[in-house]
Write a protein that binds this ligand. Structure first.
Ligand SMILES: [Zn+2]
Length: 537
């Protein structure tokens, strides 16, 4: 009798374990725009126990986790994380890029066939994932459940919510100029009622009234440069880069969109995420749901202030607290062990070149317009006229018709330009189309090739020497295949994720196939499908 009870209990336990193991209730994919891996270590002693440290302590950390292509920008980054492949295959080769055959520049999520849902300028709603050519892990999750899983993307930036949520998403929401969340008719006929109610509550006013002062005593920010330093730009192009910031006055003068360049841009995103979980019943039934969150304020502040500003450090300390609160919310509402979180970034960022130069590393920032002018000058010296159609994202797009009509050999023209451009002090290599379509043993060549789509890139791609940056004198940017732009956090936590740390080099394109294998669903359709084995034990 007692024995049978024990056996019965044992079977019940095995049964419950098995049913729990089959699939998580909810996956939360978190992208922190422009976050470097090194922030986890540089700011470690200032973090609390509940946010980043909880993920590092109780989850799995890929410590040498990288993007494997150029251009390391926001749209390619989000597309690559979720498709498990690189721009060469998924087609998102920039935030905006040029279509060779159509001779026009486009934005990565442009879609004229759909319309705005919500308020504001109609053009910010003409958006969808129509240009994303591969399936995402979120797409495969939808199909695997016969479309019963729910997928929602949320970000301030349109591209950062639309691309992760994929082609079959229930919703993607992004922010308009007035801090309201909007969407497009790609997803539905009208904005859900709960989003309208959310917008009506004007959370941004509450946040902007808080203004922005330092979380801790200024002495605690000794991992960063002094508050006022020559490498910072102005906040929102208006405010001197010194604490405390009077955000409320700035909002009254120039509108609510300033929230994007403050820590409160992250807070309002989590507010909406929690509303989404409750109102869309995420994580409530047996079909795994997916919430794709992307924090953009980290990128806006990074661009304006640079990676060594106390503004950036303060924002990460506040994000750490926010993350802790959100994890606690998930514990309560989805249940500890029932959800899986991954946290990474869409790219990292370089050091401000003038900061490097002042510290004796002789690099400079570069002016895109000057470079374009100089390329045209090369053309005029070589051929007596301009053969360049456009210069964009370090790509040279040539006017092929003009080249043909002059009776010139296209390949010969590109090689002549290559020779000239490689004489420039800041150009490491100028790769010609035919080289990028072939193979190489040079890892930088391969990373440029991984980002190269022959229909949407130029006939020549410039790779700058490390440290140079096509950007303003202040702040920072990204885009190269060098470690400072490719090295991002790789944190995995929760359902079926072991504890541990791994120092081997891994790529962010391994996230989507690994999640697919964990869930036993079809792999995204253009991925090399290399997985992170340590997470599948
Ligand atoms: Zn950026």
């Amino acid at each position: 009798m007692r024995k049978s009870i024990v056996i019965f209990m044992f079977l019940l336990l095995v049964g419950s374990l098995f049913s729990q193991q089959r699939s998580p209730k909810l996956i939360v994919g978190i992208v922190v725009d422009q976050m470097r891996d090194e922030y986890l270590d540089r700011f470690y002693n200032d973090f609390g126990d509940t946010g980043f440290k909880r993920l590092m302590r109780d989850g799995y950390r890929m410590k040498n986790f990288h993007f494997n292509y150029m251009p390391t920008y926001t749209a390619p980054g989000h597309a690559s994380i979720y498709t498990g492949t690189t721009p060469r295959y998924h087609g998102i080769v920039g935030n905006g890029y040029y279509l060779r055959q159509e001779h026009k520049g486009i934005y990565c999520t442009d879609d004229d066939s759909v319309n705005l849902l919500g308020n504001g300028d109609p053009k910010y709603g003409k958006m969808s994932p129509v240009r994303l050519k591969s399936t995402t892990v979120t797409d495969e999750l939808k199909m695997s459940s016969n479309f019963r899983s729910k997928v929602i993307g949320i970000s301030i930036k349109d591209r950062s919510s639309i691309l992760p949520a994929g082609h079959f998403a229930d919703w993607a929401f992004w922010m308009n100029k007035d801090d309201e969340f909007i969407s497009s008719t790609f997803y539905g006929d009208k904005l859900p009622k709960w989003v309208k109610l959310f917008n009506d509550k004007k959370y941004y006013e509450k946040y902007l009234k808080r203004n922005w002062s330092l979380l801790k005593d200024i002495k605690e920010y000794d991992e960063s440069l002094p508050d006022r330093n020559p490498y910072e730009g102005k906040l929102n192009y208006q405010l001197e880069p010194v604490f405390p910031y009077n955000l409320y006055d700035e909002y009254k003068k120039n509108g609510a969109s300033i929230i994007k360049v403050t820590p409160w841009g992250n807070s309002i995103l989590v507010d909406l995420a929690e509303e989404a979980i409750e109102n869309e019943n995420l994580g409530k039934d047996e079909f795994t749901d997916f919430l794709a969150l992307s924090f953009s304020s980290t990128d806006y502040i990074g661009h304006a202030m640079g990676p060594r500003s106390i503004e950036l450090q303060d924002m990460y300390l506040r994000l750490d607290i926010l993350l802790g609160e959100f994890l606690e919310y998930l514990d309560k509402n989805i249940g500890k062990g029932n959800y899986l979180v991954f946290l990474t970034a869409d790219h990292a960022c370089g050091e401000n070149p003038n900061f490097l130069r002042d510290n004796k590393l002789n690099v400079t920032n570069l002016d895109r317009k000057e470079i374009k002018k100089d390329i045209i000058q090369v053309s005029e010296e070589l051929y007596g006229l301009n053969l360049l159609e456009t210069y964009n994202n370090q790509n040279l797009y040539f006017d092929s018709k003009k080249i043909d009509s002059l009776g010139l050999n296209r390949g010969e023209v590109y090689r002549k330009f290559q020779e000239k451009l490689e004489e420039w002090r800041f150009v490491k290599r100028a790769y010609v189309e035919s080289e990028l379509m072939g193979s190489s043993v040079d890892f930088l060549h391969n990373e440029v090739a991984n980002g190269y789509d022959v229909k949407q890139n130029g006939q020549i791609v410039l790779l700058f020497e490390p440290g140079y940056m096509e950007y303003w004198k202040t702040g920072t940017s990204h885009g190269t295949p060098y470690g400072y732009d490719t090295h991002v956090p790789g944190l995995f936590y929760g359902w079926n994720i072991p504890k541990g740390i791994n120092y081997d080099k891994h790529y962010i394109t391994e996230i989507a196939p690994t999640i697919s294998q964990l869930l036993h669903i079809t792999l995204p359709n253009s991925s090399k499908n290399k997985v992170i084995r340590e997470l599948l034990k």
